[in-house]
Design a protein around this ligand. Sequence first.
Ligand SMILES: NC(=O)c1ccc[n+]([C@@H]2O[C@H](COP(=O)([O-])OP(=O)(O)OC[C@H]3O[C@@H](n4cnc5c(N)ncnc54)[C@H](OP(=O)(O)O)[C@@H]3O)[C@@H](O)[C@H]2O)c1
Length: 273
Amino acid sequence: MTVSQLAFIGAGNMASAIIGGLVRQGFDPVNIIAADPNAESLAKLARATGVTTTIDNSVALEHASTVVLAVKPQVMKQVLTPVSGLLESNKPLLISIAAGIRAESLSAWAGPLPVVRCMPNTPALVGLGMTVLYANAAVTPAQREQAERILGAVGQTQWTDDEGLLDAVTAVSGSGPAYFFLVMEAMQAAAEQLGLSPADARQLVVQTARGAAELAASSPESTTQLRINVTSPGGTTERALAVLESAGLRDSFQKALMAACERSRELADQLGK
Ligand SMILES: NC(=O)c1ccc[n+]([C@@H]2O[C@H](COP(=O)([O-])OP(=O)(O)OC[C@H]3O[C@@H](n4cnc5c(N)ncnc54)[C@H](OP(=O)(O)O)[C@@H]3O)[C@@H](O)[C@H]2O)c1
C-alpha cells in the first residue's frame, strides 16, 4: 500500500467505469483502493483493473489523499458520519458523484474538507460521459486538476462556480440520455409501423442518433444550421419537422427540463437532512 492513494467508496457501475478509464489512461492501479460491501463486485473490479479492494471503508480512507464518493445518495450520510474523525484528521479531497447531495451537506457529515461535487451521466459507462464539477472554497488548484483528471477519464468535463446550476445540469445532461432514448424508442416504433423489422429499425435509429451527435460534435455549425442543412424546401424532412413543431415539441422540452430542475432542487433539500 502506498502512502498517498486515490480511494473509491462504493465500487458500483460509476466507480468501476471511472477506475477502468483511469487505468486505461495510464493511472497506476497500485495507487487506487476501492471499498464496497459487495465482495463479488470487488473481486470483479480487482480482476479487471488490478486495483486493491476492501470491504472496510476505513481501510480505504487510511492513506487516501483523494476520495471519490460513489455510493447512492440515500446512503451518503450513513457512509460519511462514522468516518468523519478519520477524514478530519487526514483532510483528503472529497469528490462526490452522488446526484443531489450539496457540498454543504457533505461538509456537515464529513467535516470541513475540500469538496468537489460532480454531476456525471450514464454515457460515462462507455467513456462518453458529460460531467459538470463544482468546487467549494477549500479546494486548491492542484485538487481541481486532480478532480478534472478523474472525471475526465470517462468523458468531457466542465466547471461551474455556481453550485445552484447543478440542478439545471442535472435536468440537461444528467437526465438527458433518457430524453434521447425516448426519442429513439418513439422513432423505432414508428419505423416498425412503416414496415421495418425491429432489428433493422433499431440499427437505423441508433446509428442515425450516433451520426447526428458526432456531426454536431465535430461541426463548427450550430445545431440550428445543421437542421436547416438537412431540410430541403418541400422535402420529406420539412414535412416531418412541421408535424413535430405543431405538436409543441419545443414547448414540451422546455417544460420537461424545468420540471427536472425543480425535482433536482426538491431531492437535494430532502437528501441534505
Ligand atoms: N449511474 C449514473 O448514470 C449516474 C449518473 C450521475 C450520478 N450518479 C451517481 O453515482 C453514484 C453511484 O451510482 P452507480 O450507478 O454507480 O450505483 P451502484 O452501481 O449502485 O454503486 C453504488 C455502490 O455502492 C455500494 N455501497 C452501498 N453501501 C455502501 C457503503 N456503506 N459503503 C461503501 N459502498 C457502499 C453498493 O453496494 P450494494 O450494491 O451492495 O448496495 C454499490 O456497489 C450515485 O450516487 C448516483 O447518484 C450515477
